[in-house]
Ligand binder design. Structure first.
Ligand code: ASP
Length: 293
């Protein structure tokens, strides 16, 4: 049963953009990329691509990665400025270089060499949003707005692919890189186990290698739902150990049977979009608090 899932309510736009390609029998990664790109192009989404809210000095700095579940081929770019389609750029890193991750100026140079246009990513609305959300005192970008789009696809041939793309935490320090471009943290895809993506406070996701954790739970026999819940429990117990409140984090997973799972820490209010035949549904994910309830 082919399927597309994507994080957050704007994921509905991603799923809608991806579905025609899925029906055409295109490979999972191409389908996922089309979905992610629709969000990168959407100026009303202030956490991804064009129209993303800037870092602490107002610069839009993007992170993205892609992974092919058939081969475990993957690519990522981090802290990239002036390039709108960073997910496609991550795919180029995968296809055209011997590397997995390019960052900053090197990634931008590679983009230009590959024919990507240099773009201004700020919009009047995203600048206004930056001023509105600018921390007044004790700046803690971890509390600021975020929301990455991760698109996971099971294609007609039964293979998985995933794409993750974001402008990261708003008001982050220049040079800060979150989980989203890091294979294993923001995204992990392996046809022999499943696909998973993460969203929320990247520092906490990196700490447990979140998406890899979810995929390995599926490899061990858990359903996508059980696997996501296991990752949230891990974050919750870690927060107790560290004496902090669990950060807002959510996981989304899809396996080769087309089963979908999602879970989040409390107060995350995580919703995701999922294809159902020709329709797109928005689903509220289960939240687990520090007691595991
Ligand atoms: N995970 C992203 C980051 O930390 C932000 C988000 O998904 O909300 O950069």
């Amino acid at each position: 049963m082919p399927a597309v899932v994507a994080t957050w309510p704007f994921g509905q736009t991603a799923v809608r953009a991806a579905m025609p390609l899925l029906r055409q029998g295109r490979p999972a990664l191409d389908v996922a990329l089309a979905g992610a790109q629709a969000i990168e192009d959407d100026p009303t989404v202030h956490s991804v691509g064009y129209g993303g809210v800037g870092n602490s000095i107002g610069t839009v700095s993007l992170d993205a990665c892609v992974m092919d579940g058939r081969t475990l081929n993957c690519g990522g770019v981090a802290a990239v400025e002036n390039i709108r389609h960073v997910a496609a750029l991550a795919k180029r890193v995968m296809e055209r270089t011997p590397h997995v991750l390019l960052v900053g100026e090197g990634a931008r140079l590679f983009a230009v060499q590959q024919g990507f246009a240099l773009d201004t990513l700020l919009t009047p609305e995203s600048v206004a949003e930056w001023y509105k959300t600018r921390p007044k005192a004790n700046p803690n970008p971890r509390d600021q707005g975020h929301d990455t789009v991760t698109v996971l696809v099971l294609d007609q041939k039964g293979s998985l692919g995933g794409v993750c793309t974001t402008s990261g935490l708003a008001h982050k320090l220049p040079g800060r890189v979150g989980d989203s471009p890091l294979i294993g943290s923001g995204l992990y895809v392996d046809d022999t186990a499943g696909a998973a993506g993460a969203t929320g406070v990247g520092e906490e996701i990196i700490r447990i290698n979140g998406s890899f954790f979810v995929v390995e739970q599926m490899r061990a026999g858990r359903t996508p739902q059980e696997a996501c819940e296991a990752a949230v429990r891990r974050l919750n117990s870690l927060a107790v150990r560290r004496g902090v409140h669990p950060a807002r984090v959510a996981f989304l997973a899809l396996d080769v049977k087309g089963r979908v799972g999602a879970a989040a820490t409390s107060r995350t209010n995580f919703q995701y979009a999922v294809s159902k035949g020709n329709k797109v549904e928005l689903v509220q994910a289960r939240e687990l608090d520090a007691e595991g309830k």
